[in-house]
Design a protein around this ligand. Structure first.
Ligand SMILES: Cc1cc2nc3c(=O)[nH]c(=O)nc-3n(C[C@H](O)[C@H](O)[C@H](O)COP(=O)(O)OP(=O)(O)OC[C@H]3O[C@@H](n4cnc5c(N)ncnc54)[C@H](O)[C@@H]3O)c2cc1C
Length: 821
């Protein structure tokens, strides 16, 4: 190894590992925010990993995430003005960008995305095939339906952009050391304390792993789970073309697997093939630097041919270069960012899924904020690395899932789609029983989650996805109605469960949770956990089993995040310990007006309303099983959650199903759970509320008990929020008055013709008679009942406007009569 030319500093406030676009952007933004003693260590040269060969598309159109779209807009803006500040051009050229829609489903998708992107500030216009031809004369447009054009988007030179960020960072005092590989970490008391290199150690307060496709193996040295995987990624550059039209925009056509732009007088054709090839599953060589992969012409030939047919002139041109380079992909096509749940102050920003140049500036800004203030100040629930599990790091998992993830970039993103590869990793104890009952399963954080039930297992398939009603909707409706009118059984064993034990556990949980969770034993409390700024970090139910034992349940997407949050906030001196019990208990839900009668038929415990009221919990016997029975609901009906030792789950399930026959017990899946809970306005963390919301805005003020004994995290911020006067942001329910259209996510809602928010979660309310969702009203005046009443509410669904009803109180059973009866 070449020796680092500079003597290493002994200490840094922040060490950044990796000098690609991401590392340099974080360095720049830390410097800009005034962070002193920032050191970036690059094992070879800046840009030598993946960044040097990126195609450089800088596109703001296309995401249904508000965080991602804001980052894209910020990135384009920064690339535009960085030269002025640093003297180095980023090569940004606003040639424009067109997304082509070649069939009706794509058109629907892009209309939905366009409305949402406009709401976020992207100036996107739907244009005709003729207008596409005018802008990109080389394209064949006879089979296109429309294009979505953003005039201000364009392309950037990835190396120049990285160098400009690095120059900016140096100007702020950041030290950048090349030829200095990090080999591992120094740790102290559960925190990172520095890094090791071949030339010595550097102590540090925080470390950020931006090692691109090496991030996984570098993390693994210290037991950090970063399941990104390199995959082959291609573009082709043609020979020069006579009289190539000037200023052609970038054109993208997912139906032909390609994007197209001018490149030194020829054309660049970038490819996203539907099934791709992971690269170096075992280990990415350390010395792969400014590297290329030998292209697989045989595998790529058919895709290339298809891509070329969109711009027919390319078929007659010679190929100057068919380039293949590795890019990192992740199990769900979202980046891997945040603070590692395994180690405090160790941050990761990796796994960019081919949008690292687009997202680099925005991610750099957000990560710098996060490292400096402890708060990313943007919704990171979809990107948080804690959502990923260690089994997803297994070679076999990455080998299978990555084949699908690159291809997903250009798939039509239908609302009811689930990843098909790497399935079956986690199955509940009653999986086979549910399968025999006709369950259609989807991937729920790696679990096989029953989504809906067909009358026979043979019918539990989706032949073709759609934006509208799919053939199985009737099964879903029947489950929804059974829950409202009769009784259903749901398997929710995938819900993470923790046991918090110890003499101080009640006191500690009361400090971590905003609600008063340390009342009498045998009670369950729904609560939020807040950060010190009073924003919601998690929502959970806490069941007090006894004075020193508490049973905590959270949603699947925050399994590791919530566990780490609780662990990290137990004071060192407290006698309290948290254990992950997810595998120890199955969870079966019995919900609906007849749930008490059914349950009573299998247990000797008297379940009468006065003896076992809402929000109470007790151990009961069901057959030979001992079950923790909690009277609670997430669907808005009389109902019970049963926590069953895993080895007794099949027995208890069989007992319930047999006893359920005279009651007409119906199996119900997650689709019904979604439609039922949205009618009732129940929240789902990470979907309709996130780390930027405070509980009052989220309509969860009842989970904040300012009057309880002792302090709790976020208390001061909550007091200040209450004192600040009426809320101007509030989560509300929306119901589409026309029973026909469906809500999925991202549909924009208007109040008196002015955008007021977008649907965070949507479903179909079979009882309410229309599509229903939750959205955050963003106003510049107090949002109260009068504000809602005085508004004329409409919603844009795929380019059409429909009248809507909006409510701050649950549209279904606001008085809780059904739940408490
Ligand atoms: C063919 C192709 C086309 C693409 N086109 C686009 C596009 O048009 N638009 C877009 O947005 N994105 C595009 N991308 C994706 C984009 O290039 C990546 O997302 C981005 O470059 C990733 O940046 P990074 O900083 O995470 O990784 P890298 O650039 O790989 O940087 C990581 C750095 O970490 C260093 N490192 C690794 N281990 C260590 C260690 N132990 N110690 C010190 N340093 C270490 C490496 O040497 C490397 O320099 C494309 C990718 C490919 C392959």
């Amino acid at each position: 190894m070449e020796k680092s030319e500079t003597v290493l500093p002994g200490h840094a406030r922040v060490i950044i590992i990796g000098g690609g676009i991401i590392g340099c952007s974080i360095a720049y933004h830390l410097g800009q925010m005034g962070c002193k003693e920032v050191v970036l260590l690059e094992k070879d040269e800046l840009t030598s990993g993946t960044t040097w060969h990126a195609a450089g598309l800088m596109v703001t159109f296309g995401s249904l995430s508000e965080t991602a779209t804001q980052m894209r807009i910020y990135g384009r803006d920064l690339y535009t003005r960085l030269e002025e500040e640093t003297g180095l051009s980023t090569g940004f050229t606003p040639v424009g960008f067109i997304e082509a829609a070649a069939n009706r489903d794509r058109l629907e998708e892009y209309r939905r995305v366009a409305a949402f992107n406009r709401y976020c500030g992207v100036d996107v216009h739907e244009i005709s095939p003729k207008e596409i031809k005018d802008l990109f004369p080389l394209a064949r447009v006879d089979d296109l339906l429309a294009g979505f054009y953003v005039k201000e988007d364009g392309r950037v030179n990835p190396v120049d952009a990285t160098m400009a960020l690095a120059r900016g960072a140096r100007n702020f005092g950041v030290k950048i050391l090349e030829k200095t590989a990090v080999t591992g970490l120094i740790k102290k008391n559960g925190s990172v304390a520095g890094v090791k290199t071949a030339f010595g150690n550097i102590q540090a307060d925080a470390v950020v792993n931006c090692a691109g496709m090496w991030a996984r193996q570098l993390g693994a040295v210290d037991g950090i789970n970063i399941p990104n995987q390199a995959a082959e990624h291609y573009y082709l550059i043609t020979e020069e073309l006579d009289n190539i039209p000037k200023n052609m925009p970038v054109l993208e056509d997912p139906s032909h697997y390609g994007y197209y732009r001018e490149e030194v007088g020829g054309l660049m054709i970038g490819l996203f093939e539907p099934r791709c090839a992971p690269w170096k599953i075992g280990r990415v060589p350390e010395d792969f630097t400014f590297g290329e992969i030998a292209p697989d012409w045989d595998r790529m030939g058919p895709f290339l041919e298809k891509a070329m047919s969109r711009v027919p002139v390319t078929m007659a041109l010679g190929v100057k270069k068919f380039f293949c380079g590795p890019e990192s992909f992740t199990p769900d096509l979202q980046a891997i960012i945040g603070e590692a749940p395994e180690l405090k102050n160790y941050f990761v920003t990796a796994g960019l899924n081919s949008v690292g140049i687009i997202m680099g500036p925005g991610l750099g800004q957000m990560m710098a904020r996060w490292i400096m203030t402890g708060n990313p100040q943007a919704d990171i629930t979809g990107f948080n690395m804690a959502r990923l599990h260690t089994f997803q790091n297994n070679p076999e998992y990455r080998r299978h899932r990555t084949v699908e993830s690159l291809g997903m970039v250009y798939q039509c993103h239908y609302p009811y789609q689930s990843m098909k590869t790497a399935r079956g990793a986690k199955r509940s104890a009653v999986y086979d029983r549910l399968k025999a009952k006709g369950a259609y399963f989807r991937d729920v954080s790696g679990w096989e989650g029953a989504d809906w039930f067909a009358p026979t297992p043979q019918q539990a398939v989706i032949e073709k996805h759609a934006w509208g009603r799919e053939p199985w909707f009737g099964f879903w409706e029947a489950e929804h109605r059974a829950a409202r009118e009769n009784v259903v059984l749901m398997d929710m064993s995938f819900m993470p469960k923790f046991l918090v034990q110890g003499k101080d556990s009640g006191k500690v949980l009361n400090y971590i949770c905003a609600n008063h969770v340390n009342g009498p034993a045998g009670r369950i409390t729904y609560t939020t956990c807040l950060n010190k700024e009073g924003q919601v970090m998690a929502d959970l139910t806490v069941t007090k089993l006894s004075s020193d034992r508490f049973f905590v349940v959270v949603t699947d997407t925050i399994h590791r995040h919530a566990l780490a949050w609780i662990q990290r906030h137990i004071p060192d001196t407290a006698h309290a310990f948290v254990t992950d019990m997810t595998s120890a208990y199955a969870q079966l839900n019995i919900q609906g007006p007849k749930s008490r009668d059914l349950l009573q038929s299998v247990t000797d415990t008297d379940l009468a309303n006065d003896l076992f009221p809402f929000r109470h919990a007790q151990k009961i016997a069901i057959g030979y099983g001992r079950v923790l029975c909690v009277r609670i609901t997430y669907v808005g009906e009389l109902g019970y959650e049963l926590y069953i030792p895993t080895e007794q789950a099949v027995h208890v399930y069989d007992t319930l199903v047999e006893a359920g026959k005279p009651f007409g017990l119906t199996h119900a899946g997650l689709k019904a759970l979604g439609s039922l809970r949205l009618e009732k306005g129940y929240r789902d963390y990470g979907h309709d509320m996130d780390n930027t919301d405070n509980p009052y805005e989220a309509g969860l003020g009842f989970t904040v008990r300012l009057d309880k004994p002792g302090d709790f995290i976020g208390k001061e911020a909550c007091i200040a929020k209450k004192a600040a006067g009426p809320l101007q942001r509030r989560l509300a329910q929306v119901l589409v008055k026309d029973p026909e259209p469906l809500l999925h996510h991202g549909e924009v809602i208007f109040r008196n013709k002015k955008p007021a928010g977008y649907v965070r979660s949507g479903s179909y309310g079979y009882t309410l008679g229309g599509a229903v969702g939750l959205f955050m009203i963003e106003a510049d005046e107090p949002v109260d009942a009068a504000y809602v009443k005085n508004g004329r509410w409409e919603i844009d669904i795929a380019g059409k406007t429909f009248p809507a009803a909006v409510s701050l109180t649950p549209l279904y059973d606001p008085e809780m009569k059904r739940v408490k009866g």
